[in-house]
Design a protein around this ligand. Structure first.
Ligand code: HEC
Length: 132
């Protein structure tokens, strides 16, 4: 392979990966707006004592990806402290969301507002079996 071909394929890879990730976040945002915003709010700040914040939440930007995937699939009402606070609303499950949808919405909440964590791939979601 000559250098020109190598260079062109390199550019293609960059363009391709950029469009893919931009699209994933746009899809994640749409899912967030239709399914999550009502409780977690547009700014990810949640509602005190009711709905946990996602912006700045240590679990949301943390490394326990399996826990996050299970929360989206099965909902959440463990009533354990989250960053020292309790929230008494019940998060509804999303059994109809595809693995790709879950990857997109988790990528969105991990990279939005002040959150700067890694995006989540479909493979990472697929690796989590079961609802609980
Ligand atoms: C009906 C309101 C409601 C909806 C809709 C909702 N949530 Fe939640 N969510 C909650 C509540 C309440 C908690 C905390 C429950 C508890 O502490 O027992 C929570 C917890 C979480 C957590 C864990 C936070 C932490 O610090 O560990 C994540 C992540 C999360 N929600 C993401 C989402 C996403 C993404 C969506 C949309 C697909 C969504 N939620 C939809 C109410 C909701």
């Amino acid at each position: 392979m000559n250098n020109k071909v190598l260079f062109l394929s390199f550019i293609c890879v960059i363009i391709f990966s950029n469009t893919v990730s931009a699209q994933d976040l746009a899809k994640g945002k749409k899912i967030y707006e239709t399914r999550c915003l009502v409780c977690h709010q547009a700014d990810g700040g949640g509602v005190p004592n009711m709905n946990a914040p996602l912006d700045g939440a240590s679990n949301v930007v943390g490394n326990n990806i399996a826990r996050l995937v299970r929360i989206i699939r099965a909902g959440y009402s463990e009533k354990v402290p989250l960053d020292g606070m309790y929230y008494n609303n019940v998060m509804t499950p999303n059994p109809d969301l595809k693995d790709a949808d879950i990857a997109n919405v988790l990528s969105y909440i991990r990279t939005s507002w002040s959150n700067k964590a890694s995006k989540i791939t479909v493979a990472q979601v697929q690796a989590v079996k079961g609802k609980k």
